[in-house]
Design a protein. Sequence first.
Length: 116
Amino acid sequence: MSQCHFYLQISAPAGLEGIHEHLEYCKMKLAPWESSYNGKIILRSCPSEDRFTWQMDSTDADTMVAKGDFFLPFDEAKLLLKSLSDMLISAGYPHHISIDDEKGENTFSYRYLMIG
């Protein structure tokens, strides 16, 4: 089975407020979740989602981070991440998403108003 690692940075100092209104643009099964740590909205994967793992914790920093692995071919994983990027653009969140191919050799990125 293919496995591709991804890494996501989102500029969201106050959390992902209003993200629920944009989830329709994302083909990944994600849901908003209020962090018990600081009350910020983050994203969690839905229990029925088995195409990828998703790790995201709330933070006091301005940049939120998520990471995980896809259990799909690289090209299919890229399409799902493109839909995630489209959702974040629709919601107005600057972000940078990168994914490594199955061999960890080639990296592909989506970037929106994020420097670095």
